[in-house]
Write a protein that binds this ligand. Sequence first.
Ligand SMILES: O=P(O)(O)OC[C@H]1O[C@H](OP(=O)(O)OP(=O)(O)O)[C@H](O)[C@@H]1O
Ligand SMILES: Nc1nc2[nH]cnc2c(=O)[nH]1
Ligand SMILES: [Mg+2]
Length: 166
Amino acid sequence: MSEPNSQKAFPVSWEQFHRDTRALTWRLTAGTRKYKAIVCITRGGLVPALIIARELNIRLIDTICIASYHDYKEQGAAQVMKGVGPELADLAADGGSEILLLDDLVDTGKTARIVRDMLPKAHFATVYAKPMGRPLVDTYVTEVSQDTWIYFPWDMGLSFQPPIAG
Ligand SMILES: O=P(O)(O)OC[C@H]1O[C@H](OP(=O)(O)OP(=O)(O)O)[C@H](O)[C@@H]1O
Ligand SMILES: Nc1nc2[nH]cnc2c(=O)[nH]1
Ligand SMILES: [Mg+2]
């Protein structure tokens, strides 16, 4: 879903994103599964990948690079520009059972479907989830409604706020 269709705004600060991503890590450590590598979906997945890699002491990190083309209102076709690299070939061979797959959020689930097809046995985690994409995620922290647009700190800056009373 693209921003102009959405009605509610959910702005997230760096501090909140860090806190929510740490909460995601706690959830991931509650299970018995151990991960040898992180694969993050660029670009939004790069930020949780840094935080979680630090917490779980994982140093083998790769990317799946996907570009979604947006026209005015609709999400367009998604193009995989880069898959997992040859260094992860052994770990990917069984479908990725020892790989932690990360993104910042799942919305319609379109991106999630592509990466799940590529690594069907990887554990897929996102910090935020909307209802349409939620069934495709193994672990997430916060659910927001489908008509909410999440504003990430890397997309925002400080700006003047007019007084509420006008
Ligand atoms: O569930 P979906 O409807 O597929 O949407 C979720 C995807 O959309 C955003 O990425 P975006 O394509 O905007 O690119 P970016 O990560 O490079 O900002 C987000 O980071 C997810 O990857
Ligand atoms: N920043 C941002 N990107 C998205 N891509 C798909 N949904 C969203 C969203 O709610 N926020
Ligand atoms: Mg993304």
